[in-house]
Design a binder for this molecule. Structure first.
Ligand code: UDX
Ligand code: UDX
Length: 459
């Protein structure tokens, strides 16, 4: 089956960039991205490419070169589904906030809505591709909904998890370590569907990097990859506390172990904690799956990765309070960074949120500067009217630092390193403290200026 028309439901951080790259690499395929959120679609269609709803380095150029040629953004969901040969589902799957599995299981209500909508609209055979991260065996639920439409239309379900990391999404999509495609390997139709998707990726990814597996392996591999990555961050963060107590330097430890080829150098940067829409959600999901099979030891093992992360966030704010003479009430703490990592405007599960909540709870004034996050988003993340007068967001880092007792680095934006730190020091109250939660600043230089510095993982 030659695919000429693709639809993607969900124009978010995953759907938008992924479809933009497919459109660029496959000029003969018409790619339509749909979303129920009309503001989001309007932003994707904004003439000014700086206003796209997702900030990713390089994304604006790709969208600019393909949009309205073979890449379209629209709210006309039914029409796009009807026309497509292949439909990607890329809607969000947040942690459930109600009922059974509350706080742990993935909420699949949007996925089910998509399946029902596809079932309602489709008049010819379709390949449905799960892009969203899903619990194992979701594909069978989708298939059951689709197969019971009674319309005679045939569906093949594939799992094609996304491994892009925000901030490097375009690079990751253009040069993936691997593309994973899971499908029904036991039937000819299943294999043909997988082949159709392999062909799309083959336009720019070499064959040996495209893996095909059964659908359950594919679904579970995504959860496993995120769990392993998050576990590395929690492991190095656990060592950061020991380093601080013993006088070791966590960066030296990370370098020393990373040179062991069995361990490898990546993902060993100690931080104020991991954030992002995936790690916590996917581990909770894994924990829920393990518990539902009665595998309590397995569940406890993975849950510890999240507990360590919570500990790291809380101990960062506790340290600010205790260093500032056990009280931050009425004191201004300047936040440099709010996004969960650099080069993105995404704040989901950002460690900055928990750290801010803890400090606001202690009656501190928190003033935030982030190069890409909008002020509405910061207030939405804090979502507590009592804190409104204690929380401010400004567009200039020097204003945020002015008359502050301390600066806390919450995101590793490169530009923070290049600021005029002497000017910042001069405008602050003394002693002027810096708490570097990302380990990016040259503390020797800052100490020479007069700052009192804390750097994560440094004794
Ligand atoms: C993705 C994946 O899909 C998720 O499973 C993964 O674990 C994290 O990343 P992401 O693209 O980051 O989600 O989510 P988001 O930016 O929230 O975008 C999802 C979009 O789907 C939203 O714009 C939302 O409006 C849209 N949506 C949701 C629909 O169009 N229809 C629905 O029924 C539900
Ligand atoms: C992650 C996975 O990397 C990606 O493959 C998957 O598709 C989605 O989830 P993402 O959450 O976008 O991607 O970013 P990632 O680079 O993995 O960072 C996650 C969090 O871990 C960030 O808060 C980051 O600052 C933190 N981190 C990462 C560290 O604290 N130290 C590190 O060494 C690496």
């Amino acid at each position: 089956m030659k695919i000429e028309n693709i639809c993607c439901i969900g124009a978010g951080y995953v759907g938008g960039p992924t479809m933009a790259v497919i459109a660029q690499k496959c000029p003969d395929i018409k790619v339509t991205v749909v979303d129920i959120n009309s503001d989001r679609i309007a932003a994707w269609n904004d003439k000014n490419l700086k206003n796209l709803p997702v900030f990713e380095p390089g994304l604006d150029n790709i969208v600019g070169s393909c949009r309205d040629k073979n890449l379209f953004f629209t709210t006309e969901v039914d029409k796009a589904i009807d026309e497509a040969h292949m439909i990607f589902i890329s809607v969000n799957t947040p942690t459930k906030t109600y009922g059974k599995g509350k706080g742990m299981a993935a909420d699949l209500k949007y996925i089910e809505l998509c399946a029902r909508q596809i079932a309602k609209v489709a008049t010819d055979d379709k390949i449905v591709v799960e892009k969203s991260t899903l619990p194992v065996r979701t594909a069978s639920a989708i298939k059951s909904i689709l197969d019971n439409t009674g319309s005679g239309v045939k569906f093949q379900i594939l799992s094609n998890p996304e491994f892009l990391a925000e901030g490097t999404a375009i690079e990751d999509l253009l040069h993936p370590d691997r593309v994973l495609i899971g499908g029904d390997t036991s039937t000819k139709e299943g294999n043909n569907a997988m082949k159709a998707l392999v062909e799309i990726y083959s336009n720019w990814v070499s064959q040996e990097r495209i893996l095909t597996t059964n659908v359950w392996s594919s679904e579970l591999s995504k959860l496993t990859a995120n769990a392993f990555l998050a576990q590395r961050v929690s492991s190095i963060n656990a060592m950061s506390v020991i380093c601080e107590k013993t006088g070791a330097d966590v960066n030296e430890v990370a370098k020393a172990i990373g040179m062991d080829s069995r361990i490898g150098p990546k993902f060993l940067k100690s931080s104020v904690g991991f954030g992002g829409s995936c790690f916590q959600k996917d581990i909770l999901n894994l924990v829920y799956i393990a518990k539902s099979y009665g595998l309590n030891e397995v569940a406890d093992y993975w849950e510890q990765v999240i507990k360590m992360n919570d500990y790291q966030k809380n101990r960062f704010s506790d340290n600010i309070v205790s260093t500032l003479y056990n009280t931050v009430a009425g004191k201004k703490i300047a936040f440099f960074g709010w996004a969960f990592k650099k080069d993105t405007n995404d704040t989901r599960e950002s460690p900055a949120i928990q750290v801010a909540k803890n400090l606001l709870n202690e009656q501190a004034y928190v003033e935030v500067f982030d190069p890409k996050v909008k002020s509405e988003q910061v207030f939405k993340d804090i979502n507590n009217n009592n804190s409104e007068d204690l929380l401010k967001v400004k567009k200039n880092p020097y204003q945020v630092a002015d008359k502050a007792h301390a600066i806390a680095i919450l995101t590793e934006w490169d530009e923070f390193m290049d600021y005029d730190w002497q000017k910042i020091y001069d405008s602050m109250l003394k002693p002027a403290f810096v708490f570097d939660g990302r380990g990016i600043l040259d503390t020797n230089k800052l100490e020479n200026i007069g700052f009192v510095c804390y750097k994560i993982g440094m004794g």
